[in-house]
Design a protein around this ligand. Structure first.
Ligand SMILES: [Zn+2]
Length: 90
């Protein structure tokens, strides 16, 4: 599978798992921005959901990639929407 499809797949799967687990939610005004719910149980659940969502053959390889993406998404998600915050400052 081409690298770009692959990256898109892991990004989408990670994001869906995060939202499904309610580990984070999206800003009402900016649906691309994730805002952390701050719930460690929900974050653990997101990893479980992501693992169960994998449908491709190479599950082990994908699971490792997916976990990295999920961690990155959770790390970059703030406790508030950075775009809204930026708009307030202008
Ligand atoms: Zn916003």
């Amino acid at each position: 599978m081409p690298a770009t499809n692959f990256a898109e797949y892991t990004d989408t799967t990670a994001r869906l798992a995060i939202l499904k687990a309610k580990a984070a939610y999206t800003c009402n005004l900016h649906p691309d921005v994730l805002i952390l719910a701050g719930d460690p149980n929900a974050e653990r659940r997101a990893f479980e959901i992501a693992g169960n969502t994998l449908t491709y053959n190479d599950r082990t390889f994908l699971a490792e990639k997916l976990i990295l993406v999920l961690k990155r998404e959770l790390e970059t998600a703030g406790t508030e929407c950075w775009l809204c915050k930026q708009n307030l400052l202008i």
